[in-house]
Design a protein around this ligand. Structure first.
Ligand SMILES: Nc1ncnc2c1ncn2[C@@H]1O[C@H](COP(=O)(O)OP(=O)(O)O)[C@@H](O)[C@H]1O
Ligand SMILES: [Mg+2]
Length: 309
């Protein structure tokens, strides 16, 4: 089957600056693929190339078999794209935004009327169809932006940080929506900087400074890049704690996670006996220590040497 996305050594330069640096990548039909990385990593630039909005400087790319450089117009017409700043019209009503987008996609009025009802149902916005878009809370605007990107039944949607700036419950509700699309066979290419969201994807690519630094399922990435055991450690001073650990031989990685530290040690190390003297000699009190399930943030730390925010 033709892959949904096929990129070969794709580069995007803005002047001397390389925003996307030789990315090679395949996404299969029906996958939920996540692009994960810090701000400025090159996520949006990659998506904009994939959507036919930006030409690559070099390399080759295909979306559903269409060539990114020569068939950009066809790509644009066949995809759903939810941009990082949703391109909704704030002073229009919910339904009017949908009519406008439907018109841009060239949908006939009878079809569009029916499709708008389906989408309003899908995104649970029936009650708010007459609301002025500006007055919607961010979480509902996000759903409307997704709804608008789905009007023409695209086989694939690109969602650029669709859930930024909303609370975890709203994010989870949005992911329920993503899963129901995936159930219908829609391929999803989503960017995020929320680690827990990356765990919801079938496969993810970790991107940093324009380069793809890891690719695989969340489980594969952890198996491949996280040897040893990850511990959560509560100490009297996290900043001093992390600095101390970074200079300590035998510590594979150390980073601040909320009010604790994550420390990765070789499996053989007896963690308590190993860490306690290290902290004591630095004047830091170790209050609690437990082995934890590693997260993708731990993978990022292992690959880049620091947390990604
Ligand atoms: N049109 C542009 N001109 C110059 N630099 C750009 C342009 N678009 C993006 N960049 C730069 O490219 C890098 C990657 O940006 P972007 O793809 O938006 O990152 P992300 O979406 O991962 O936060 C950033 O350093 C950004 O400032
Ligand atoms: Mg971006």
């Amino acid at each position: 089957m033709t892959p949904a996305v096929h990129l070969e050594e794709v580069v995007k330069q803005f002047g001397d600056f390389t925003a996307v640096d030789h990315i090679t990548l395949d996404v299969a039909q029906g996958e939920i693929f996540g692009f994960l990385g810090p701000n400025g990593a090159g996520k949006s630039t990659t998506i904009r190339m994939l959507c036919g909005l930006l030409r690559p400087t070099s390399g080759r790319g295909f979306v559903n078999g269409l060539d990114m450089t020569t068939q950009a117009e066809r790509i644009k017409a066949s995809l759903g794209y939810m941009s990082q700043r949703f391109s909704l019209y704030d002073d229009l009503r919910v339904e009017e935004n949908m009519q406008l987008f439907g018109g841009i996609y060239g949908l006939g009025s009878v079809y569009l009327r029916k499709r708008i009802e389906e989408i309003l149902e899908l995104i649970s916005l029936k009650e708010r169809r007459d609301s002025i878009t500006r007055e919607l809370p961010t979480g509902l605007k996000q759903r409307l932006a997704l709804g608008c990107a789905l009007l023409h039944r695209p086989p694939m949607v690109f969602l650029d940080e669709p859930t930024s700036g909303v609370d975890p419950a709203t994010r989870r509700a949005f992911w329920d929506l993503i899963y129901s699309l995936a159930d219908e066979g829609v391929t999803i290419f989503v960017t995020t900087h929320y680690m827990e969201e990356a765990e919801y994807c079938n496969r993810i690519g970790l991107i940093d400074k324009g380069r793809l630094i890891a690719l695989g399922s969340p489980g594969e990435l952890k198996d491949k890049h996280l040897s040893g055991t990850v511990y959560e450690v509560r100490v009297s001073d996290v900043l001093a704690g992390v600095e101390t650990l970074k200079g300590t031989k035998g510590v594979l990685d150390a980073a601040i996670f909320g009010r604790s530290l994550h420390v990765r040690l070789n499996k053989e190390e007896a963690a308590k006996q190993f860490l306690e003297p290290v902290f004591v000699s630095a004047g830091i009190e170790m209050r609690e220590l437990r082995a934890v399930e590693p997260t993708l943030e731990d993978v990022f730390v292992a690959l880049v040497g620091k947390k990604h925010e």
